[in-house]
Structure formats: structure tokens, C-alpha cells
Design a protein around this ligand. Structure first.
Ligand SMILES: C[S@@+](CC[C@H](N)C(=O)[O-])C[C@H]1O[C@@H](n2cnc3c(N)ncnc32)[C@H](O)[C@@H]1O
Length: 368
């Protein structure tokens, strides 16, 4: 996999650049410090889970990971300097939010820790009453069976407001404040696509939108672009609705990504961020067939997800450990899935592949 240089583009000049870069660097540092302290505290408050499968090799030290995070943040700043996207809309507020979320996160960590050591991940095998099943996939009024689990031993699975309130914070702690910057790498191909076209009439769909973090960056950059946020979880969709409240032309759909019920060829761009590693192997091609059905010819698909084995060998042991210790039931099969082959077989033409810290950013087109 390519190890990209900072994305190139028309570097903007002007006296405000050094100031903007300094503000960005400061905001990033404050944010990372807030999440780093919680990461370090979490390590003290929890015990490692013994993997049931042997893990080959040892992961790199923390120093290596932090240096890699520094490269990601540098790339994020370079992308802003190159005019590919704006500084994050929550630059000032994000470090405060990171601190304010700590008590809730730490309270929940105790429950997560208990589940991890008891290997209890089926607390939501029946959806809680009133959690609003979208359609019948596996039985009367049910969510797909694979969906009803405590992924990464989370509280309430995907199915409560509490789970949605905790999610972004938990992911940021896991990636020491790098998660949003990884998501923003999806904006680079979107910027390229949009630059070549008139925006009027274009539409974007985000599959498995979660709380709407990616879409908030999309709307901040292209406020007039109509976007559709799709997720199976009503609670996460509700959080996305709140996240996207400052913008217009937003739609929210509760449906499975493999059978959205949305009109054929209705979108020019489709994104999926951290969705594919949560899907069973048999569902991934179904989602890709749905992507092809939903994209207009010439349309762009951007997939951001966990690195796979071999993408960046120093991280291979960490990826294996993550599958095991965090109850990621489909991550192990995801790690070795031939994603490029899956894209091709679904009828997409793979175009780009880059690494961004612990993520891979893939792009593909529907050509006909
Ligand atoms: C790991 S989260 C990723 C959320 C978000 N995209 C992000 O950037 O963090 C996975 C999301 O996908 C949703 N999801 C999982 N399986 C799904 C499916 N088959 N169809 C639609 N959404 C799904 C979950 O409800 C959850 O919100």
C-alpha cells in the first residue's frame, strides 16, 4: 500500500496561512492531549484480555504510534493548507468536548471492562422494546441477527441513545484523538470529484453514518450539497440529526446498507466509514452491489475502514489483537478480505488506495 506524501494541491498563500496553521496545530495538540490522558488512564484502569488465538509478533511501541499520529495530523493540516478542505468546524470546541466527555466515558469503561473479561457480547441479541426495527430481514420485526451484539463490548449495542452518546468519544480515545482526522481523508477524493463538476444536482449518501461525523465535515465544506445519512440504528440517526442540525438539505434513512430501499442511480458519491469491518463476510458484497445500484454512472465510492493485514506490517499484531480483545466479530475476516476483488466483482473500478494512520482510504468508480 502506498504511504502517501501529504496530499498535494494548490497550496493557498497569504498572510493568514501561518496563523491558520498555528491555530490548527494548537487545536489538534489540545485535542490529542485530552484523549491521550484518557487513553493512558484507561490502560491503568483496565487489564489486557488474553487472546485465545496466537498473535504473531509484537506491535510497535507507543512512541512509534504517536509519531505516526503526528504524521496524520500533519497531513490533515497540509490538506487544509492545500485548500482541499476547511479546518474542522469544531476546532475550538473539540478539546473541551474531549474533556467534558471523560466522566461519562470512564463510568462506562467499568461496564465495558466487565463485559470484556466475561466475554459477554450478546446482551442485545433481542432488540430492546421501542428500538424501532426498520424492516424484516431475519424474522418478524427483527434487525439482522449479526447486528444485535455488543460490538467492542459497547453498552446497549448500537441501540440506545447512551451508546450513541459514548461512541465518538470511545473511538477518539482508542485512536488517541486521530479518528476525525482519519475520517477527513475521505474529503480528499470528494474534493477532487466535486472540483471537476458543477455541484448543482449532485447528491451524496453516507452508509452506516453513525452519529454523522463525516457528514458534518462534508456539509461544512459543501453546505449546498444534499446529503443522505443512512444507518440501521435509530439512536445513532437521532445523534446524526442533531449533529447536522446547522445545515440544510440533509435526509435521514433508517435501513440496512445492503437493502436501502433508496431509488436506483440516485447518488453521485457514496461514502462508508468504518462500516465494512462490522459486517459479516457474506454481507459485504451485498452492500457493494447496493452501492453500484445506487450510484449514477461515473459516480464515486469512498471506503474508509480499518487497515488490513499487510497494509502496514508493523501494525499487523495490533490488528489481530483488536479483533480478539475488543469483540469485533467480523474484523478477523475483514482483515484478510480481498476488498479490491469485491469492488471489481460488484462492478466498481478501484482507483485509489492510501493509508492514513490505522485506516485505509479506498476509492472506486461506477464507470457504466
Ligand atoms: C463503527 S460505526 C461507524 C459510524 C461512522 N460511519 C463513523 O465514521 O464512525 C458502524 C455504524 O454502522 C451502522 N451499521 C452497522 N451495520 C449496518 C448495516 N447493515 N446497515 C446500516 N448501518 C449499519 C451502525 O449502526 C453504526 O452506526
Amino acid at each position: 500500500m502506498s504511504e502517501p506524501a501529504p496530499s498535494s494541491g494548490p497550496a493557498s498563500s497569504g498572510s493568514e496561512q501561518p496563523l491558520l496553521q498555528a491555530a490548527l496545530a494548537l487545536g489538534q495538540a489540545a485535542r490529542v492531549a485530552a484523549y491521550w490522558s484518557q487513553y493512558a488512564l484507561s490502560r491503568r484502569l483496565t487489564r489486557p484480555v488474553r487472546s485465545r488465538r496466537p498473535i504473531a509478533g509484537e506491535g510497535p511501541g507507543l512512541g512509534y504510534v504517536l509519531q505516526d499520529l503526528r504524521l496524520l495530523l500533519r497531513r490533515d493540516r497540509d490538506n487544509v493548507a492545500a485548500g482541499l478542505y476547511r479546518p474542522p468546524h469544531d476546532l475550538l470546541e473539540a478539546p473541551l468536548r474531549a474533556l467534558a466527555g471523560a466522566p461519562r466515558y470512564l463510568r462506562d469503561l467499568r461496564q465495558v471492562e466487565r463485559r470484556r473479561h466475561a466475554r459477554r457480547h450478546n446482551e442485545v441479541s433481542r432488540p430492546p422494546p421501542g428500538s424501532g426495527p426498520p424492516r424484516d430481514l431475519v424474522g418478524e420485526g427483527a434487525y439482522p441477527k449479526y447486528y444485535l451484539q455488543n460490538f467492542h463490548y459497547q453498552t446497549d449495542g448500537w441501540l440506545s441513545a447512551e451508546s450513541a452518546a459514548l461512541y465518538d468519544h470511545q473511538v477518539e480515545v482508542l485512536f488517541v484523538g486521530g479518528a476525525d482526522a482519519m475520517r477527513r481523508q475521505a474529503l480528499v477524493p470528494l474534493a477532487g470529484f466535486l472540483r471537476e463538476r458543477r455541484q448543482a444536482g449532485l447528491r451524496l449518501l453516507d452508509l452506516g453514518c453513525g452519529t454523522g461525523r463525516l457528514l458534518s465535515f462534508v456539509k461544512d465544506n459543501w453546505p449546498r450539497l444534499p446529503v443522505t445519512a443512512l444507518d440501521l440504528s435509530p439512536a445513532y440517526l437521532e445523534a446524526a440529526r442533531r449533529q447536522l442540525a446547522p445545515w440544510r438539505d440533509t435526509a435521514f434513512v433508517q435501513a440496512p446498507a445492503e437493502a436501502t430501499g433508496l431509488p436506483e442511480a440516485g447518488f453521485d458519491m457514496i461514502t462508508a466509514v468504518y462500516l465494512f469491518h462490522e459486517l459479516p463476510a457474506r454481507v459485504r458484497p451485498q452492500v457493494l452491489r447496493e452501492v453500484v445500484r445506487l450510484l449514477r454512472p461515473g459516480g464515486l465510492f469512498v471506503l474508509v475502514d480499518s487497515l488490513q493485514k499487510g497494509d502496514h506490517p508493523p501494525y499487523d499484531p495490533l490488528l489481530d489483537y483488536f479483533s480478539e480483545a475488543f469483540h469485533e466479530p467480523y474484523h478477523a475476516s475483514y482483515l484478510k478480505a480481498d476488498l479490491e476483488g469485491l469492488l471489481r466483482r460488484a462492478g466498481l473500478v478501484p482507483e485509489g488506495l492510501e493509508r492514513a494512520f490505522f485506516s485505509r482510504v479506498m476509492t472506486a468508480r461506477r464507470t457504466v
